[in-house]
Design a protein around this ligand. Structure first.
Ligand code: OAD
Length: 268
C-alpha cells in the first residue's frame, strides 16, 4: 500500500466527525468466512441463479436436497466458528475517537461481537429469527448454529431426502399463527431488511466520511450507498486487496492489515 495514500486517508479520518463504514464479505474473509465472488467464493460452487433466492432453493430442495444441505452447511459452518478479526476490532475501537455507524451486507454478527454498537444489517442476520412479516421473533446463538452444523454433517452421511432436510432445520424454521419463522437473511429479489435499510440511507445522507471495506459492490441497492455519499461531495476511502469500485482513496490490501494501520496513522 502506498504510504502517501495511507496518510491521505488518515488525514480524512482524523477530520471526520460522522463516519459510516460500509462492509461486505471481504472484511470477514480473515475470520475464515468465504466471500461470494472471489475464486474460492460461495457462488463458484453454488451458482446464485440456483441458490441465492427462495424459489431456486425450494426447487433445489425437491430435485437435489443434498445440494441444499451442502449449501446451508457451507454458509453456516464458517459463521458458527468465526470470531472477529483485527478489522472488526479496529472499527469497534474507532468509535472511541469519532461517531461511527457500520452498514454491513454481512449476516455474521461479527461487528457486534467485536463491540460495534450502531450496526445496520441491510441483508439481515443469521442470528435473528423473524416471522413472515419481518417481525423479530427470537435470537439464535452460536451453539444453536453449531448444533445445526452437526445435524447437517450427520444428514450428509446418508441419503438426503427433503423430509430429512426440513427436519434438520427445525431449530431455525417454525410454523405458527404468525406464519413461517426463519432467519432474517435477505436473498435475491427480497426487500432489504428494515428498519436497517432506511436507517442506512439516512446514514449515507448524514456522514462526512465513508469507509468502504471488502465489497465488490455488485448487489443493488446496497451498492448505491457509496454513490449517494460521493454525490454529496463527501470523501470515500476504500479498503480492498483486489480492486476498487468508486472514485475513492483506495487502500489496497487486506482489511485485517489495513484498518489497524489506518487507525494508527490517524491517531498516532
Ligand atoms: P463479494 O464476494 O462480491 O466481494 C468480496 C470483496 O471482498 C471483493 O471485492 C474482494 O476483492 C474483497 N476481499 C477479499 N478478501 C478481502 C480481505 N481480506 N480484505 C478486504 N477485502 C477483501 O461480497 P460482497 O460484496 O459482500 O447478498 O457481496 C455482496 C452481496 O452479494 C452479499 O451480501 C450477498 C451476495 O450475493 C445477497 O445474497 C443478498
Amino acid at each position: 500500500m502506498e504510504i502517501t495514500r495511507l496518510q491521505e486517508a488518515a488525514s480524512l479520518l482524523r477530520q471526520a466527525k460522522k463516519v459510516t463504514v460500509f462492509t461486505g464479505a471481504g472484511i470477514s474473509a480473515e475470520s475464515g468466512i468465504p466471500t461470494f465472488r472471489d475464486d474460492a467464493g460461495l457462488w463458484r460452487e453454488f451458482p446464485p441463479e440456483r441458490f441465492a433466492h427462495w424459489k431456486g432453493l425450494m426447487q433445489e430442495a425437491w430435485s437435489d436436497p443434498a445440494s441444499v444441505a451442502r449449501f446451508i452447511l457451507a454458509v453456516l459452518e464458517p459463521i458458527a466458528k468465526a470470531v472477529p478479526n483485527p478489522a472488526h476490532t479496529a472499527i469497534a475501537h474507532l468509535a472511541e475517537k469519532t461517531t461511527v455507524t457500520v452498514i454491513t451486507q454481512n449476516v455474521d454478527n461479527l461487528h457486534q461481537e467485536a463491540g460495534s454498537q450502531r450496526v445496520r444489517e441491510v441483508h439481515g442476520s443469521l442470528f435473528k429469527i423473524v416471522d413472515s412479516r419481518g417481525t423479530f421473533v427470537r435470537r439464535l446463538n452460536k451453539p444453536d448454529l453449531l448444533s445445526m452444523v452437526a445435524h447437517l454433517h450427520e444428514l450428509l452421511q446418508s441419503k438426503v431426502t427433503i423430509f430429512k432436510l426440513l427436519r434438520s432445520f427445525r431449530s431455525i424454521l417454525g410454523l405458527s399463527w404468525r406464519g413461517i419463522s426463519r432467519p432474517s437473511i435477505v436473498l435475491f429479489h427480497d426487500d432489504l431488511a428494515q428498519p436497517d435499510w432506511s436507517q442506512a440511507m439516512e446514514d449515507a445522507q448524514w456522514c462526512d466520511l465513508m469507509i468502504v471495506v471488502g465489497t465488490s459492490a455488485q448487489v443493488f441497492p446496497a451498492c448505491t450507498l457509496p454513490v449517494r455519499v460521493k454525490m454529496r461531495g463527501v470523501p470515500v476511502i476504500e479498503i480492498n486487496p483486489g480492486s476498487h469500485e468508486f472514485d475513492s482513496v483506495w487502500l489496497e490490501g487486506k482489511a485485517a492489515e489495513v484498518l489497524p494501520q489506518l487507525l494508527s496513522a490517524a491517531y498516532p
